[in-house]
Design a protein around this ligand. Sequence first.
Ligand code: UD1
Length: 362
Amino acid sequence: MTRLMHIVGARPNFMKVAPVMRAGRAHAGLEQVLVHTGQHYDPAMSDSFFNDLQLPPPDVNLGVGSGTHAQQTARIILDFEPVLDQYKPDWLVVYGDVNSTIATALVASKKGVKVAHVEAGLRSRDRSMPEEINRLLTDQLADLLLTPSRDGDANLLAEGIPQERIRFVGNVMVDTLLHLRGKARELGMPARHGVEGMPYAVCTFHRPSNVDRPEPLREILGALDDLAGRMPVVFPIHPRTRQRIAEFGLQDLARRVTLLDPLGYLETVGLVERSTLVLTDSGGLQEETTVLGVPCLTARPNTERPVTVTEGTNRLVASRRSEIDAAVAEVLAAIESGAYAPRQPEGWDGRAGERVIAALAG
Ligand code: UD1
């Protein structure tokens, strides 16, 4: 019996673990343990994803909550050690690039527990992003690096990681998207939000570089206000962004935008699938819009997901009102030409979870 311990902590982890655990359940000889660090704890940021994705309740929830990066990472490290001692897994399986990923990988690697990293090798080359630090360090620690796209393999090789530790498996998030897309459509999200049959935009912003200082947040909200003059703009808002808008006194700029509480997974996919365009700084939405064929403007100077630009619908844009306005105008003009057909980069085929399990189960 091989025991896998899967680690989740924050919203973008949940859709990545779901297809891997599903494939693991279908494989005889595997035992699976799910640990939630509790980095995200609001029902809308956590519980609703467990329901939508039909994830089993976690075997352990560390309940670490929010804090500075040091506080949060340190709490996870301290609280996770006895859990690892208790369950003694053969593999620790970590996902993506959040603080829970690096914190638990560090504990396991020092205790001689093998670490597998799902979504290895992505690089923005921007060390001001906390996620980039988490990606670099987790990949140095991991024994098995499971990459979602070929650029991941190339990045790891360039950092001196031996080929034997690298396995291209494709994108597990896409497994979830393809699996649940029909169910998401059944929710009738556009009708629920009064935008059925009309052009509308969906946006999400939560990166510290965009929302933790007033200037970029003001620029982005200004652009959303401009767009709201042309079509409805629906903005499911991360708790951190809502706090910042209030703190910086920017509520007036968001007046014409429809602000919603954070949406669940199915609700988000149901809304994005029928939208005219997406404006975001999320990692996952860059990938989901590529698969759904929805044009995406990403307000960041770089991306760790370059295939969404070279092979998909994504385009990077500065967090400046005038630049976002100009990019929106170009996207709206280009839609007519059919430039935004759905794309499936290599390995984004709905079978990545099975390939992760095949790599772990031997
Ligand atoms: C984390 C990830 C980020 C990911 C994002 C998705 C890291 C370094 N960052 O960022 O990569 O894109 O999750 O959402 O791990 N808060 C709540 N309720 C919650 C969770 C957070 O109110 O359930 C608020 C708190 O004020 C908290 C703030 O949001 O301080 C930030 O939360 P945190 O977990 O530190 O990082 P995220 O910005 O969510």
